[in-house]
Design a protein around this ligand. Structure first.
Ligand code: ADP
Length: 540
């Protein structure tokens, strides 16, 4: 009898404790419904939201660090903007760069850096000082036929490329420590990708707006996904497609998971014991958000095409902001490289390395230094009639590429002579011929008195047949986003790290500041994606 009374008493005490614990939980949580009635609940160590380049790098690296990982992806396929990107990856890479030559234009760049005033470089002053001593040593003792490069030069290019002031007078530069981490770890990330099977081409080039020949090519952006998807799966990462992250769950100030929604509308709770990595990309496909935040371009029409995947709608930025994350650099959007004037497609065209690109407007005239930063190019293009211009190339650039489909679609115009090309484009033949002749003479003289293009290589537009690709500026990359520290912890509006929350890739801000260098996005997403996975797995 006494035994059964004790049992009854024990049950009562347990029930009271459970009710009390639930009540306390609901006071502390921003979100206490971790087990929705009728909904599904899963538990893992690391939850990654978004399955583009940064998300897959984070998931793979978290699993490599011993974590159980679930990756949710809103689309029915992985890849995001990464899979449809050119895949250009900026990194100092001595193996390939020792095959590249210096030229007068690059040498002039180095000389300009030697002349630069430290006081103009803010936090980057020590970087400039170090770079100057590297350049001096190179000029005094190095083989000056071989291309110079260093992590510090990459940092200074990233700083100069990103240092901008918006229409409201707000100035922005990249965060020194984040830029240092990106540039300093890019080669290691490239080697890590090679370890997972990616093939890096032997030669470096200069993707549009990269400012220096340090662009490594892996073919296309799809190459990253083709190696990281099997790598992640091989390490046991559970990938859930058509599952959209909708809300971060916070308990006692710590992010402990997220609420998500499947394509059929079912809600699901995913508890993450170690951390949540947000890798949902930027907001290039969210016209309202673009218009709301833009402070850099005079106009940001809702109908402006974008090169982005339809799923890149700023979800991670919104989810982070909802729980107090700080946003940085949101006013700055990148409108280059240009895209198809109607569809916004990035790839429907032909062109080569930045040195070899020639842009003409509807009057058949050049209008910009084609080697300049992307915002300079976009700004100049927007001044042209209908914002339209043509990238002119010849057979030397097209080479063996199969462009039949582009010609059939009318995405590229081909002609046997430059006269015929101008006629087909409906532009003034005489003006166009004179312009190309003048451009070719600039290549001979390696001097462009019209627009000061500094670097031409030796390419002249002269080998038939000739090609023109019509282009217009379009939203390509959004530079702003969640503020992170060097371990990718998301920072709140009070300047403190939000426990349990990490972010990587285009969803973050502060690295590229006002203008991202062409080729720096892949370095960013792979370097910080890897770090985010490790940080979340190890609860850094
Ligand atoms: P990054 O270059 O930073 O990796 P990407 O654009 O390549 O960015 O990838 C972002 C991925 O995140 C895309 O695949 C996109 O579909 C996915 N995504 C965006 N919003 C969500 C969300 N709310 N839930 C899950 N996945 C999302």
């Amino acid at each position: 009898m006494r035994k059964s009374t004790n049992k009854w008493l024990l049950c009562l005490v347990l029930a009271v404790v459970m009710v009390f614990a639930t009540a306390c939980g609901s006071n502390n949580n921003n979100n206490n419904n971790n087990e929705e009635p009728g909904g599904e609940a899963l538990t893992t160590d690391v939850l990654v939201i978004g399955g583009g380049g940064a998300g897959l790098a984070a998931a793979t690296s978290a699993a490599e660090n011993g974590a159980d990982v679930i990756l949710i992806e809103k689309a029915a396929f992985l890849g995001g903007n990464t899979v449809i990107a050119g895949g250009a990856f900026n990194s100092v890479n001595p193996d390939s760069q020792q095959k590249a030559e210096m030229n007068d234009a690059l040498m002039a760049d180095l000389e300009a850096i030697l002349e630069a005033k430290e006081s103009d470089f803010g936090d980057f002053q020590p970087t400039l000082v170090e770079l100057k001593s590297q350049i001096t040593e190179y000029l005094e003792t190095g083989d000056t036929d071989v291309l110079f490069d260093s992590v510090e030069l990459h940092m200074i290019h990233t700083y100069l490329g990103g240092q901008r002031t918006d229409l409201e007078g707000n100035s922005i530069t990249g965060d020194l420590e984040l830029v240092r981490v990106m540039c300093g770890n890019a080669l290691d990330a490239l080697k890590w990708l090679e370890g997972h099977g990616i093939e890096v081409r032997e030669n470096v080039s200069t993707v549009l707006g990269a400012l220096w020949p340090r662009t490594n090519s892996v073919g296309r952006g799809s190459s990253y996904i083709e190696v990281l998807e099997p790598a992640a799966k091989g390490l046991g990462v559970e990938i859930m497609l058509e599952t959209r992250g909708i809300e971060l769950i916070v308990e006692d100030g710590r992010v402990v998971g997220a609420k998500a929604e499947k394509a059929d509308g079912t809600e699901i709770i995913i508890n993450a014991n170690s951390g949540v990595v947000v890798a949902t990309g930027g907001y290039g496909e969210n016209p309202e958000m673009r218009a709301e935040y833009n402070t850099y371009w005079k106009e940001m029409p809702l109908e402006m095409p974008s090169t982005n995947s339809p799923n890149i709608t700023g979800d991670g930025i919104i989810m982070g902001k909802d729980i107090g994350a700080n946003l940085v650099g949101m006013g700055f959007l990148q409108l280059m490289p240009s895209s198809h004037p109607v569809t916004g497609s990035l790839f429907s065209g032909v062109w080569g390395s930045a040195e070899t690109q020639v842009f003409v407007n509807k009057d058949g005239k050049r209008f910009v230094n084609e080697y300049a930063e992307r915002d300079v190019l976009a700004s100049a293009a927007l001044e042209q009639e209908e914002g339209l211009f043509f990238i002119i190339t010849d057979q030397q650039i097209v080479g063996e590429r199969d462009i039949e489909q582009m010609l059939t679609n009318g995405d590229v115009v081909k002609a046997d002579t430059l006269e015929e090309l101008a006629e087909e484009l409906g532009i003034d033949v005489e003006a166009f011929l004179a312009e190309i002749e003048k451009y070719n003479s600039y290549v001979d003289n390696q001097k462009d008195p019209d627009f000061n293009k500094p670097n031409f290589g030796s390419y002249k537009v002269e080998v038939a047949p000739f090609y023109a690709t019509p282009r217009s500026p379009s939203v390509h990359h959004t530079m702003g986003g969640l503020q992170i520290d060097t371990t990718t912890r998301v920072i709140n509006v009070d300047g403190e790290a939000i426990p349990g929350l990490y972010a990587a890739g285009e969803v973050t801000g502060g690295i590229h500041a006002g203008n991202r260098l062409g080729g720096n996005a892949q370095a960013d997403i792979m370097v910080f994606g890897r770090i985010a996975g490790e940080s979340a797995a190890l609860k850094k």
